[in-house]
Design a protein around this ligand. Structure first.
Ligand code: B16
Ligand code: MG
Length: 215
């Protein structure tokens, strides 16, 4: 079998937290008098917290100190974490859980590769706290996507070589990270239009066809 492990991005693949990110960033942007809308929010997908803030600050008149940047990103995270408490196992799509279960039955290792420092909390909210064989997230990396570090670490955690790993991503930076790490990748959602992925998925369960065709 070509793929021995699948590494899933979290936000935009396993769950959808866009609205919570948007509401939390909007609060900060409003406080600072910065224009912020959902189109700008879409640019923050797969991007680290501080890099997201830098994108929001493109519309800020003036220069902000590093100290203030840390304060505002911490403030955003507090609002975001409070909103995440609304998530529950009901937010996990049935198609996703069934597909994951079938892949696991085939003996494939399942891991998370997320830029988020809240990944473990989100997984817990979804009822997937103990589900994955490994979780590589924003807490164990020093460089964010498109750097491959988060996926390289996930591959190490499950003990598989990059050529035996498949990454599933919804963001261009994530596809670039997988490719830079020597891994194949499958695109979902908006990432399909980048044309960078080894596989393009119309729907999550298409992953089962990819795996069957590679057995
Ligand atoms: P946090 P992913 C990413 O998660 C999100 O797509 C991105 O919008 C967010 O800024 C980033 O995590 C950092 O999240 O503030 O929770 O550490 O798509 O890599 O699973
Ligand atoms: Mg994502």
């Amino acid at each position: 079998m070509r793929y021995k492990a699948i590494i899933f991005d979290l936000d935009g693949v396993i769950c959808h937290t866009d609205q919570y990110h948007y509401m939390a960033w909007k609060r900060v942007a409003d406080d600072l008098g910065i224009y912020f809308d959902e189109t700008i929010n879409n640019r923050l997908r797969g991007v680290s917290r501080m890099e997201s803030f830098e994108i929001i600050l493109e519309r800020y008149d003036g220069k902000m100190s590093e100290e203030d940047k840390i304060r505002y990103t911490a403030e955003k995270n507090e609002v975001y974490k409070t909103l995440l408490k609304n998530m529950s196992p009901a937010d996990l799509d049935g198609e996703i859980k069934e597909t994951l279960d079938e892949l696991r039955e085939k003996g494939i290792k399942l891991a998370i590769g997320s830029s988020s420092k809240n990944a473990k909390f989100i997984l817990g909210q979804l009822g997937l706290g103990e589900y994955f064989d490994a979780v590589s997230d924003g807490n164990n990396i020093t460089r964010s996507k498109p750097d491959p570090e988060v996926f390289v670490k996930a591959a190490q955690y499950v003990g598989e070589r990059p050529e035996h790993c498949l990454v599933v991503e919804d963001a261009k930076a994530g596809l670039e990270a997988a490719i830079a790490g020597g891994m194949d990748c499958a695109a979902v959602g908006d990432a399909v239009s980048c044309g960078l992925a080894t596989w393009n998925l119309n729907t999550f369960s298409d992953l089962k066809n990819v795996i069957s065709s590679e057995q």
